[in-house]
Design a protein around this ligand. Sequence first.
Ligand code: MN
Length: 305
Amino acid sequence: MKLLSFTQRDTPDLLRVGVSADESVLDLSALVPPGGPNDLSPMRRLIGGCTLRELAYARDKAPAISTDQIRLQPPVPDPSKIMAAPVNYIDHQHEMNESVHVDGLGVFLKAPSSVLAHGAIVRLPYLDRRFDQEGELAVVIGTRASHVDPDNAMNCVFGYTPLLDMTMRGGEDRSTRKSFDTFTPMGPCLVTADEIEDPAQLTLTCSVNGTVRQNTGVKDLIWSVPRLVAYASSVMTLLPGDIITTGTPAGVGAVADGDQVEVVIDRLPKLNVSVSAAGATTCPTRGADRGPVPPPVVTTLQERS
Ligand code: MN
């Protein structure tokens, strides 16, 4: 099932959940009531409280709303946390000239307030710093979990979504460089785990202005999805709706005002966002010449092969 969060034009402050259908959204508000800005989002309540059978039953009775009547929101608009794998593909470790990967770094956090919907605008905060796209497969957690075994970790996975881990390059802390508002686009929807037997079978492509920069099989993750989920749960108690993003392959590169970025993962609907530098200022921190050394501004797939 393809689940999404949305608002309706006449009630822009009320979050709702629905199922993506052709040209329409099946509104699940009868099963999960809409929520205001101070409520736990309907998606988090759905993930924590509904079975797939209940969802399917509600979907079959749900009223359809035309997609032109809705505004899409991030699939989970209010995750309690976004955990991310720093270097989880060998080819990305090489291009960043990193001496260590995930097993030397663990996971880091991105601010939950950095989430952004499909079709929205990534806002670059500074004129004098480099910002890169990192296309990634993200996992949406389904249950409260602590210290789960890798063999049981997939039972904690509710679904999957494409995610962009937008990044400022430099020596500042990762939590700063990757947590600016709008720096975690996700969606358009999350696909429930029953539709993806094995995430390692998925492929991921990330393009900027139609040119492919990143292309990988998820099987090439250094820490697989179950290993990463198990590890993350040994550090922080996972809650329904938490996001774990699995890391990016080689091909990161600078993005600029006016760019269009697309993440395509087979079996999942595509994620598209645009980039704007409107209102950007001079960076107040001085990490520009420190930190991991990224590849030249843009490396195409052809140049790397
Ligand atoms: Mn990343």
